[in-house]
Design a protein around this ligand. Structure first.
Ligand code: ADP
Ligand code: MG
Length: 397
């Protein structure tokens, strides 16, 4: 990797220093305000522990939910502080602001090897605006800045990028791992390299599809986006998800796949229903025989088998986007079967996307995936070849 990481700092450089770490603690909470999935907190532990073990004073900052620049009581970081306390087995100090006198006092009182968690940084409109003065106030709290929040690295926010103008900036371990896996494994893949793309829309994935076409040997398309391709081939899709404005684009993608000799596969069959909800009658139809009054909500068994053959032969697999309306159990089967086949493939497997990760968890195979990228939007933008502001801002090696 061409960016400096915390491993590039010696023990002397960390001992007694105030280190501001941007983490991604954007965890789901239930109605009681309890953390229901601590994956993101767990993922940042290696960086936090390393800094503590080297005698740093660790100041953590994160966003939580979408408070949109206002204080929202239910989005305070206190439950996160308690969860982190449990995981670290030590006291986590918490303040109710991110900048200002009270915070500065708490930092002054912080001892070597202690942790302070700042308030939800998105309570400040200056955060998402990338405000320089706010970033300068944050920087004032510390001697060193570490970015370990890969999930927000595609945003040029005050705490993810702008703050690095005022402090020496390093990548944390999670950030390093994401960049390494996504960068190296996808750019120098063991072949055959297979990508599975699904999800609701072609339009939200178009950049990723184009970029992957240049890299992969096989591209499997499923989910809501597949109907736009089928329509582009001249067939009707009933009431299935369809993006009229993307039909021409879908045609171009299929032409490009031919030109690049990429094996491009669409579903063979679909589970169709009058509506995408539990308890409705369903039936399996061939891909080009969707009845006019029904929509496709999952891939069918023939597709699972066909996709499964490609998956079993692949050496590297990248997957983004569920292959059906997996949140509804009646339409989850295709996605879950594919998740199991990906997990059992023996290939290097990389999965990204918020909903795709939820599907992997629903299938219960998250432990059998080589790398689950913690960044939804960030991993897709990285795969697209876009520069991530939070990464660009770090010191070069
Ligand atoms: P990710 O978050 O993994 O990047 P997306 O947000 O692009 O994935 O897409 C996920 C959504 O697409 C899910 O909510 C899923 O229910 C929906 N979806 C997938 N296939 C279909 C379908 N055939 N009909 C309706 N919705 C679908
Ligand atoms: Mg999504």
């Amino acid at each position: 990797m061409n960016k400096k990481t915390i491993k590039d700092l010696s023990k002397e450089e960390l001992q007694g220093k105030r280190v501001l770490v941007r983490v991604d603690f954007n965890v789901p909470l239930n109605e009681k305000g309890e953390v229901t999935d601590n994956t993101r907190i767990v993922s940042s532990l290696p960086t936090i522990k390393y800094l503590l073990e080297n005698g740093a004073k660790v100041i953590l900052v994160s966003h939580l939910g979408r408070p949109k620049g206002k204080v929202k009581e239910e989005l305070r970081m206190d439950p996160v502080a308690r969860e982190l306390e449990k995981l670290l087995g030590k006291k986590v100090h918490k303040v109710n602001q991110c900048i200002g006198e009270e915070v500065e006092k708490a930092v002054t009182e912080l001892k070597e090897g202690e942790v302070l968690l700042l308030e939800n940084v998105r309570f400040y409109p200056e955060e998402e605006a990338g405000d320089e003065e706010f970033a300068r106030q944050l920087a004032k709290l510390a001697d060193i800045y570490v970015n370990d929040a890969f999930g927000t690295a595609h945003r040029a926010h005050a705490s993810t990028a702008v703050v690095a103008k005022f402090l020496p900036a390093y990548a944390g371990f999670l950030m390093e791992k994401e960049l390494q896996v996504l960068g190296e494994k996808l750019n120098n893949p063991d072949r055959p390299f297979l990508a599975i793309l699904g999800g609701a829309k072609v339009s939200s994935k178009i950049g990723v599809i184009r970029k992957l076409l240049e890299k992969v040997d096989i591209l499997l398309i499923g989910g809501g986006m597949s109907y736009t391709f089928i329509k582009a081939m001249g067939y009707e899709v009933g009431t299935s998800l369809l993006e009229e404005s993307m039909i021409e684009e879908a045609r171009k993608i299929m032409d490009k796949a031919k030109e690049l000799k990429v094996t491009f596969e669409l579903p063979e069959d679909f589970v169709v229903a009058p509506e995408g909800k539990e308890g409705v009658p369903t039936q399996v139809v061939k891909w080009n025989q969707i009845p006019p009054d029904m929509g496709g909500f999952d891939i069918g068994p023939e597709t699972v088998e066909k996709f499964g053959r490609f998956i079993a032969g692949a050496k590297t697999i990248f997957w983004n986007g569920p292959l059906g309306l997996f949140e509804v159990d009646a339409f989850a089967k295709g996605t879950i079967e594919i998740a199991k086949k990906v997990a059992a493939s023996g290939a290097v497997t990389i999965v990204g996307g918020g909903d795709t990760i939820a599907a992997i968890k629903k299938a219960g195979v998250e432990d059998k995936i080589t790398h689950i990228s913690t960044g939804g939007g960030a991993s897709l933008e990285f795969v697209e070849g876009k520069k991530l502001p939070g990464v660009e801002a770090l010191l070069d090696k």
